[in-house]
Ligand binder design. Sequence first.
Ligand SMILES: Cc1cc2nc3c(=O)[nH]c(=O)nc-3n(C[C@H](O)[C@H](O)[C@H](O)COP(=O)(O)OP(=O)(O)OC[C@H]3O[C@@H](n4cnc5c(N)ncnc54)[C@H](O)[C@@H]3O)c2cc1C
Length: 146
Amino acid sequence: MSRRNRSDGKTAQHQQMKKEFDLIVIGTGAAGSNAAQECRKAGWEVAIIDSRPFGGTCALRGCDPKKVLVGAAELISWHNRMHGKGLTGSAEIDWTSLMRFKRTFTEPVPENKEKNYTKVVAGEPPARQAIAAMRASLEAARRPKP
Ligand SMILES: Cc1cc2nc3c(=O)[nH]c(=O)nc-3n(C[C@H](O)[C@H](O)[C@H](O)COP(=O)(O)OP(=O)(O)OC[C@H]3O[C@@H](n4cnc5c(N)ncnc54)[C@H](O)[C@@H]3O)c2cc1C
């Protein structure tokens, strides 16, 4: 990734825009967030976009939530297999309570992630500018090189 020299290679469309970005990241998962944060630390002007709540698969739907849900199912399985072999009593999943617990650590993620950025909503001028800038740079990248 190289930072574009702002004075070089501007199209008319770029010049008309009020805000320029050095990097526009699609996706607020681990990959996109890390790239955005590193580039911001280096002083880049960064926009990050997501079509779903901020946080990505791992934090919201993958790694940790999965571990808790699968962990509960494994406990039941272990209990059933060990019952009468040193384990007594019964074990069952209270799904409502388990999901409530899962939400205690998934629900705060989008808001915590968004704290790191100035929020704009799709359709508002800054979002339109970011998307227009991204389209312009994608079109420029697709243009055949002389
Ligand atoms: C059920 C499950 C369990 C998992 N468990 C583990 C685990 O235990 N350990 C582990 O290391 N990994 C695990 N993973 C894998 C881990 O979640 C992924 O490796 C990781 O999330 C990838 O990060 P990412 O940033 O590349 O993509 P993601 O986290 O998927 O982020 C991509 C983001 O881009 C957004 N996006 C996509 N297309 C667009 C678009 N066109 N416009 C706007 N936004 C867009 C999406 O909404 C999403 O928020 C698991 C995955 C799943 C599904």
